[in-house]
Design a protein around this ligand. Structure first.
Ligand code: WT7
Length: 567
């Protein structure tokens, strides 16, 4: 029997207080996510249960119980306090998926800090933008990534401490750097956890939009309520499960469902700190007897490409429940997963801003391959008319996905950017920035983004960051970045560049520009191709019309171009 029971029954009687009661929380109580993930589980008799099974790229496995996690995260919280980090200050985590990432996240929360996880593949400029915006006080990192921090340090006066978690005798520590060895550091048996309440800031996740720099979606400790219950009802986590989330905590899936949701439920998690390989992934499932798997369409398509032969070489009968997030899950992938694993992937839709799954196929709900499912109980969703922002009642009509604000894990603002936060609301609805239609049975069908954001392999990339990097090159007069179709990643980045007078387009210049921006951007944001053009399509007011270029790449009709300047 699944945790949710039946969707229809839950809809009738739903209240978020179900989660509050299960977590013994009452309005006005203290609530600290860090405490809930380890201390509370230990108090509930799970001290000796495994919390984390960690495997690194060389295959070395390390295991930690809930009590290990409790005393290690206490030690990390004490360490931060001794450094002089104050509650409310932002502490960045910039490292690969080492155990230190998972534990420092909780240590930061326990001492009242705001955790700011950033994807370790970010280049120095991507890193700088986010540390500068958040006025980050300290950063946890590793030797292999510290060069990027050193490079931008002079322009980050607020960054007081660079904590290197794998420094050894051979590491020469430089300005503001300090070593912290989690395994050698004495564990701390008891720690007075910061008395955060529901609205105390907890996590800051950066996400990209069409215009301007990435924005920090600000979450609070009360988000736990939604993350706990959606992990329980959608991922269907049950006491004996061994759970595997493919996402890196640099992205929201990796924190909401790679740290908070599963551990709030007292579940054992596997973390594989290694890149993609079908063989390795199946081995991991078989070896650790993974039962619940949360993955993403790009990964599933990569697995599909390797075929079912390699699946058959492994005993994957342990798998009980499969979910996917991040991009449209194409029907072929759902059908293939049924063939390959005897189970369908359940699509889940949500965003950095929503903090938890909002539209989804819950266990037991008949799956219509290609549909995202229905709103999670407690989430009021609709698709709105593109012009009036009124909910559309006619089945099959495309509109904007919108949610009624008020669920626990909704972002509370964009860091230092209340104006953009406000602009996300229309007619009392939070507008997600995606288009979909709802069929006669209430199932949601994703259509596409409503803005110029590029979704490559489940990662949102804002055109602005790429264009800004391009514009720094002396030959570039103007540029536009759009998504072009890709079989595996759904889209990849393509850049259009108009050159300044005196520069000639050509392969040499393309390579030179590519090398120039490579150092600044994350590999995900790197264009696969640069096309040199004489000029870019613009509106009369001078805004670049990326959608015209995008439509061209996708072979789609260009739509209304009446505002186009140079047609
Ligand atoms: C955007 C949010 C939420 C965790 C990962 C991404 C797209 C997300 C789906 C889905 C089609 C999806 C949307 C959304 N997206 N899930 N199941 N089907 N598209 O978080 O980086 O904030 O991205 O990802 O465009 O708005 P994010």
């Amino acid at each position: 029997m699944s945790n949710i029971g039946t969707y229809e029954e839950r809809l009738k009687s739903f209240d978020w207080s179900i989660a509050e009661k299960e977590l013994d929380y009452k309005s006005g109580d203290k609530i600290n996510i860090g405490w809930f993930l380890s201390d509370r589980n230990c108090q509930k008799g799970l001290a000796k249960k495994l919390a984390l099974i960690h495997e690194d790229h060389e295959g070395k496995v390390r295991k930690y119980t809930f009590d290990d996690m409790r005393t290690i995260t206490n030690a990390m919280a004490v360490f931060l306090q001794k450094l002089g980090i104050k509650p409310g200050e932002r502490v960045c985590i910039f490292m690969d998926r080492a155990p230190e990432l998972y534990f420092s996240f909780q240590g930061i929360l326990k001492m009242g800090g705001v955790a700011q996880p950033l994807f370790s593949a970010f280049g120095d400029e991507s890193l700088f933008t986010r540390l500068d915006n958040a006025k980050t006080a300290a950063i946890f990192t590793q030797k292999k990534h510290v060069a990027k921090v050193r490079k931008i340090l002079n322009t980050l006066p607020e960054l007081r401490h660079i904590i290197i978690v794998d420094a050894d005798e051979t590491t020469t520590l430089r300005d503001r750097e300090i070593a912290y060895n989690m395994e050698k550091e004495p564990r701390v048996e008891s720690f007075e956890v910061f008395p955060s309440t529901a609205e105390t800031p907890s996590v800051l996740h950066y996400t990209s939009g069409t215009t301007g720099q990435p924005k920090g979606a600000q979450h609070v400790h009360y988000s736990l309520i939604s993350q706990y219950l959606t992990a329980k009802w959608v991922l269907d986590l049950q006491p004996d499960d061994i759970y595997w989330c493919n996402a890196d905590p640099g992205w929201v899936t990796g924190t909401s469902y790679g740290i908070i949701g599963p551990w709030a439920n007292g579940i054992t998690q596997v973390v594989l700190d290694a890149g993609f390989s079908a063989e390795r992934w199946y081995k991991t499932i078989e070896k650790h007897k993974i039962t619940v798997w949360y993955s993403a369409p790009t990964a599933i398509r990569l697995l599909m490409r390797e075929g079912t032969e390699v699946v058959k070489k492994h005993d994957l009968s342990c798998l009980r429940h499969l979910c996917s997030v991040g991009e449209p899950l194409n029907p072929e992938a759902v059908i293939w997963s049924q063939e390959a694993f005897g189970k369908m992937f359940h699509d889940t839709f949500w965003q950095t801003e929503t903090g938890c799954i909002v539209i989804t196929n819950v266990p037991g709900m008949p799956i219509k391959p290609g549909s995202m499912g229905k709103p999670f109980p407690g989430i009021t969703a609709a698709v709105l008319d593109l012009k009036t922002y009124e909910p559309i009642t006619k089945a099959g009509t495309v509109g904007l996905i919108a949610l009624k604000p008020g669920w626990p894990s909704m972002m509370r603002t964009y860091w230092n950017n209340p104006t953009v936060y406000q602009s996300k609301f229309k007619n009392g609805w939070y507008v997600c920035g995606d288009r979909a239609s709802i069929d006669a049975d209430g199932y949601y069908w994703f259509v596409g983004r409503d803005d110029d954001v590029i979704n490559t392999g489940g990662h949102l990339v804002g055109p602005f960051e790429i264009e800004s990097a391009l514009l720094e090159h002396p030959a570039v007069a103007e540029s536009a970045a759009v998504g072009k179709p890709d079989q595996v990643n759904m889209e990849v980045v393509k850049a259009f560049v108009a050159l300044k007078p005196g520069f000639q387009p050509g392969d040499d210049l393309e390579l030179e520009i590519m090398n120039f921006i490579r150092k600044k951007l994350s590999p995900l944001a790197m264009p696969q191709e640069i096309e040199f053009v004489k000029s870019l399509p613009k509106t009369r007011s001078g805004k670049i019309m990326r959608r015209v270029l995008r439509a061209q790449e996708w072979g789609e009709p260009i739509g209304d171009i009446s505002t186009l300047e140079n047609d």
